[in-house]
Design a protein around this ligand. Structure first.
Ligand SMILES: NC(=O)c1ccc[n+]([C@@H]2O[C@H](COP(=O)([O-])OP(=O)(O)OC[C@H]3O[C@@H](n4cnc5c(N)ncnc54)[C@H](OP(=O)(O)O)[C@@H]3O)[C@@H](O)[C@H]2O)c1
Length: 273
């Protein structure tokens, strides 16, 4: 599994998402097992948020990383309505408790809200000084938001990216690449919807003897400085996702995907879910 540097650590280019985990107690055992299996497969970066299951996902992650904390690079996110200077510190402390750890490796503002960015950053910096977070970053920020933020200290921007939503290739992604700010790609599988049934992806998958989901991951990872965070609870999905790190797409594969999902030729609004 390839790695890149994020907030001072080497992290794998494929991690594990956790949205929709921690919502149903009946699923908890399977979710914990899935995350542990993912860690074993090398998907050592785990992405979560206080929003997911209103803390439930962080509790699932806490159970999964018990005894394995040192192996895992942990990312969580603060709600915008908690992102005041003091609110961000209090929210982080609640997250730490649910995660059963003393430190979140990377803490993100989930999306922009009502608080001035300077306040949120002051809260993040306080947490960093206290050793409660290793670094901080943002999510769902477009280029103008990053300009306003000023990038000093910001470790990443986590945004939606897959063949169906590739508007960031026009400006945001090259801008981050030039500044060596890794981009975290969420919904890299298009939430297992229409994207995975798209004929071009299926054709490329068939040619390589892989699945459309693996093609979608390899397609995202052709970009330098990118980390994809697919969410998977199914054991077979986890194995396939880890194996996708080794898949190399060729020029003709990319051209086929381009014909179904053309690269952007002008600025597009930032896609979000
Ligand atoms: N910052 C933000 O605003 C934001 C927004 C959305 C998401 N995220 C983060 O990004 C992560 C990923 O996004 P997402 O969960 O929305 O969507 P996703 O990763 O694109 O898709 C998840 C779906 O794909 C299925 N799947 C996983 N691996 C597969 C495979 N190899 N073949 C076929 N299906 C597969 C999963 O099924 P099973 O679970 O049954 O295996 C699940 O239904 C989230 O979990 C979250 O951590 C962040």
């Amino acid at each position: 599994m390839g790695t890149l540097e994020l907030a001072g650590a080497q992290v794998p280019v494929i991690g594990q998402g956790t949205w929709r985990m921690g919502e149903d107690p009946g699923q908890r055992r399977q979710e914990v097992a899935a995350l542990r299996q993912g860690i074993e497969l090398g998907l050592r970066l785990i992405d979560t948020a206080e929003m997911y299951g209103e803390g439930g996902a962080e509790e699932v992650v806490g159970a999964a990383i018990a005894g394995l904390r040192e192996q895992v690079f942990l990312v969580s996110k603060v709600y915008p309505h908690n992102a005041s200077r003091r609110g961000v510190v209090a929210a982080c402390e609640r997250s730490l408790k649910r995660l059963g750890t003393e430190r979140i490796d990377l803490y993100l503002l989930h999306w922009r809200g009502q608080y001035p960015l300077a306040e949120t950053v002051a809260g993040f910096e306080r947490l960093r000084e206290q050793g409660k977070i290793g670094g901080w970053g943002v999510s769902n920020f477009d280029l103008d938001d990053l300009h306003e933020l000023g990038v000093a200290g910001c470790a990443t921007n986590q945004v939606l990216y897959n063949p169906h939503a590739r508007g960031i290739e026009f400006d945001l992604l090259p801008w981050q690449q030039e500044r060596r700010m890794p981009l975290m790609a969420y919904c890299p599988l298009g939430q297992a919807g229409q994207l995975l049934r798209q004929p071009a992806l299926r054709q490329v998958a068939e040619a390589h003897g892989v699945t459309p989901a693996q093609v979608a991951l390899a397609w995202a990872l052709r970009q330098p400085g990118l980390i994809a965070i697919p969410k998977a609870v199914d054991a077979a999905h986890l194995r396939l996702n880890a194996e996708a790190a080794a898949l190399q797409l060729h020029g003709e594969d990319l051209a086929l995907i381009d014909s179904a999902y053309p690269a952007p030729t002008r600025k597009q609004p930032l896609a979000m879910v």
